[in-house]
Design a protein around this ligand. Structure first.
Ligand code: PXP
Length: 238
């Protein structure tokens, strides 16, 4: 069974624009689950531009399955261990980027990431590494002992949106997904996905979880969260 994780960061972005309490990310998270999402993803950025520590506390204290995205450092690891989300996805983070621009540098930060993964795994938190679609990164993810990988789908998503040929990107994502699955890691996909991208990537059977944020929240403004989730669920063959 394939799963859909809805990233609600941008509900918090809209709330933060006015510094008040509306729209409420917790209420939207609950609604998303009621409408058919399997989990809720939130990225606690170091600059707290989306959700904040209170949001995380409230979300992880509830019964909602939370997938927490964090940068690879001790401070964020301690926050994860304290709040105990069901899932953690380690991501690279640059202060000035608009969004997560690429996958982790597993060569450079191998030791650091391995240590964090070990501590999270020990607490029975499912671990995932946000990686670029390369065989080398799949092998390193296995060596690091991560439970899952999340393939950065930004590049293929852009090409699909620009109506450019995406065969090369699709082929490598498929190859990585198959290989990671063979190695015993669950495969997820995330970044830049919309209806078309989701339709293309759902053809890869090994991708078991789709984490989608900006498009779902943006599209909900005109067609409603319930309709968007329903449509995406259909596309991923749930
Ligand atoms: N997965 C990961 C690991 C991410 O960092 C992001 C962006 O925060 C997403 C999925 C969702 O990307 P988008 O908002 O483009 O759907």
């Amino acid at each position: 069974m394939k799963r859909l994780g809805v990233n609600i960061d941008h509900v918090a972005t809209i709330r933060n624009a006015r510094g008040g309490t509306h729209p409420n990310p917790f209420n939207v998270a609950r609604q998303a689950i009621n409408f058919g999402a399997d989990s809720i993803t939130v990225h606690l950025r170091e600059d707290r531009r989306h959700i904040n520590d209170n949001d995380l506390k409230k979300l992880t204290k509830s019964k909602i399955p939370i997938n927490l995205e964090i940068a690879c450092n001790n401070k964020m690891m301690k926050i994860a261990l304290k709040n105990k989300p069901k899932f953690v996805c380690l991501v690279p983070e640059k202060r000035k980027e608009l969004t997560t621009e690429g996958g982790l540098n597993l060569v450079k930060y191998h030791k650091k990431i391995m240590l964090i993964v070990r501590k999270l795994n020990k607490k029975k938190i499912r671990t995932s590494l946000f990686i670029n679609p390369t065989i080398k990164d799949v092998i390193l993810s296995k060596k690091i002992n991560s439970n899952c990988i999340e393939i950065h789908t930004g590049k293929i998503s852009n090409r699909i949106k620009m109506k450019k040929n995406y065969a090369k990107e699709f082929k490598i994502i498929k190859k990585c997904a198959k290989f990671a699955s063979k190695l015993g890691m669950e495969v997820h996909a995330g970044h830049g996905m919309d209806y078309n991208t989701t339709k293309v990537l759902s053809k890869i059977n090994e991708i078991k979880e789709f984490n989608i944020g900006h498009f779902i929240i943006g599209e909900s403004i005109s067609t409603g969260l319930k309709n968007v989730i329903k449509k995406i669920n259909k596309l991923i063959n749930k």
